[in-house]
Design a protein around this ligand. Structure first.
Ligand code: NAD
Length: 259
């Protein structure tokens, strides 16, 4: 078995997770991605034959157990878990949110992080150290109207990250959260469409509003998140733990009321 470090990246076949997988692979790491979308996994595997991949829904505890059994058998070690998979959840006022939509958001965005971390930690301890990266959001730092389930989960992840940093620090395992702002790509386009529909406005107006929420007046790219993830996981981040790092052009507020 190779002695190169091993990273597991959840939701890694597309979007931010894919950019993180590309970066770790380019740096010579052994990378395993899991993703709930079989077609995205097939595409990833075709484009990145040196990495491994599996179809895993992080909200399903037995699929997550199978993922970590597979990683242990394949690589015999784990150095970094990038707990990245997450869904946007519904865009609606709280009284209009269906309980099933709330529950699905919690299942993926919160429970999935726990299911993965509980299996990764013994492997990280066995490796003598390592790190866990939690993909949170700028919605982990502000209230965000029309996104109550997502925002509640992302705030919960900061508490999860801080607590794991305390439990695991003595084992030389660092735990940090990255809080991306709006990332250019299909996911934020979908959120903007939903928001525009809710308010009866043009999508371009909502996009401008979101951009205006940041000091840099800009969305970010998935590669910006990957740069931060690699830095935090690498020896350059050796003394950084328990932090929530915004990679967001500096979000000033997520208050997007127009009245
Ligand atoms: P995305 O919608 O592009 O999804 C990335 C991948 O995650 C997809 O391939 C998808 O199939 C997979 N995925 C979805 N549900 C899954 C599940 N249950 N189990 C395993 N894989 C699953 O999303 P993204 O924009 O790359 O977001 C990644 C993370 O970044 C999420 O946690 C998200 O909340 C967070 N985030 C995104 C933005 C943004 O603007 N895109 C901003 C802040 C935070």
């Amino acid at each position: 078995m190779s002695t190169r470090p091993v990273a597991v990246i959840t939701g890694g076949a597309a979007g931010i997770g894919r950019a993180i997988a590309d970066r770790f692979a380019a740096e010579g790491w052994q990378v395993h991605v899991c993703d709930a979308d079989p077609e995205a996994v097939r595409r990833f595997q075709a484009e990145m034959p040196s990495c491994s991949a599996s179809v895993t829904d992080v909200s399903n505890v037995s699929q997550v157990d199978a993922l970590f059994d597979d990683v242990a058998a394949r690589y015999g070690r784990l150095d970094v878990l990038v707990n990245n998979a997450g869904i946007a959840g519904p865009t609606a006022l709280v009284e209009d949110i269906a309980p099933a939509d709330w529950e699905r958001t919690v299942a993926v965005d919160l429970n999935g992080q726990f299911y993965c971390a509980r299996r990764a930690v013994p492997m990280l301890k066995a490796a003598g150290g390592g790190s866990i990266l939690v993909t949170a959001s700028s919605a982990a730092l502000f209230g965000c109207p029309l996104r109550a389930p997502y925002t509640a989960c992302k705030w919960a992840l900061i508490g999860f990250m801080k607590t794991l940093a305390m439990e695991l620090g003595p084992h030389r395992i660092r735990v940090n959260a990255i809080c991306p702002g709006s990332v250019r790509g299909p996911r934020i386009d979908g959120v903007i469409e939903g928001d525009a529909k809710q308010r009866g406005l043009a999508a371009a107006e909502i996009r401008r509003l979101y951009e205006r929420q940041t000091s840099l007046r800009s969305f970010v790219d998935a590669e910006d998140i990957a740069n931060a993830a690699f830095f935090l996981a690498s020896p350059q981040g050796a003394m950084i733990s328990g932090q929530a790092l915004g990679v967001d052009g500096h979000t000033e507020s997520l208050s997007n009321w127009l009245d």
